[in-house]
Ligand binder design. Structure first.
Ligand code: GLN
Length: 189
């Protein structure tokens, strides 16, 4: 199994380190020719979603990646990655891939509480959740499953091949969400 990690901006190194820890082969996706190599899943990291979107357009990665996702490639977006997948962004007319039927609110926790860690349930299991200027999903479509809520806000969702968390599992020692993603790839979930 090989996982592609979008590596144009943001916290992609943390995901790559985590995948290596889990003995999983990974490929940095930086340019169009990287897409001709075989991958079984794709990770969209945290970072700055507006900068990432701009780079995806400039590097001509947006449309081909969007097609791979709509064709069923398993994808896991964390934080900015969740924003890249979202169909709608509150207070904005734009979106990036727009493949995940949710509306996200960016930078949803205000300046003072912009970053914090908590422990809450993901798919019924308690895990550590680091939030860094995180979004949350203020609306989810009927085909979207709510996997985690923190203080009444939806912070992890799944729609078929798409998984997204508002927090950063790559910054914890917990591997449960990666295993959950690997199960989606293996069609065990
Ligand atoms: N606030 C960032 C954005 O809107 C996301 C922050 C993150 O990925 N840690 O893109």
């Amino acid at each position: 199994m090989r996982i592609g990690v979008l590596a144009v901006q943001g916290a992609f190194v943390e995901h790559i380190n985590k995948l290596r820890q889990l003995d999983t082969d990974c490929l940095e996706i930086r340019k169009r020719s990287d897409l001709s190599k075989n991958i079984n899943g794709l990770i969209l990291p945290g970072g700055e979603s507006t900068a990432m979107r701009k780079l995806l357009v400039e590097l001509e990665l947006l449309e081909p990646l969007k097609k791979m996702i709509t064709d069923g490639l398993p994808v896991f977006g964390t934080c900015a990655g969740m924003i890249l997948l979202a169909k709608e962004i509150s207070d904005s007319d734009t979106h990036c891939f727009g493949t995940l039927d949710i509306t996200v609110k960016r930078n949803a926790y205000g300046r003072q509480l912009g970053s914090f860690r908590c422990i809450d349930k993901f798919d019924g299991k308690l895990i550590e959740m680091p939030f860094i200027r995180a979004p949350y999903a203020r609306r989810i479509g009927e085909n979207v499953k709510n996997l985690a809520t923190h203080e009444d806000r939806i912070v992890a969702v799944r729609q078929d091949n798409q998984l997204a968390t508002a927090f950063h599992p790559e910054l914890t020692n917990d591997t449960y969400i990666y295993e959950y993603f690997f199960d989606i790839i293996a069609k065990k979930k």
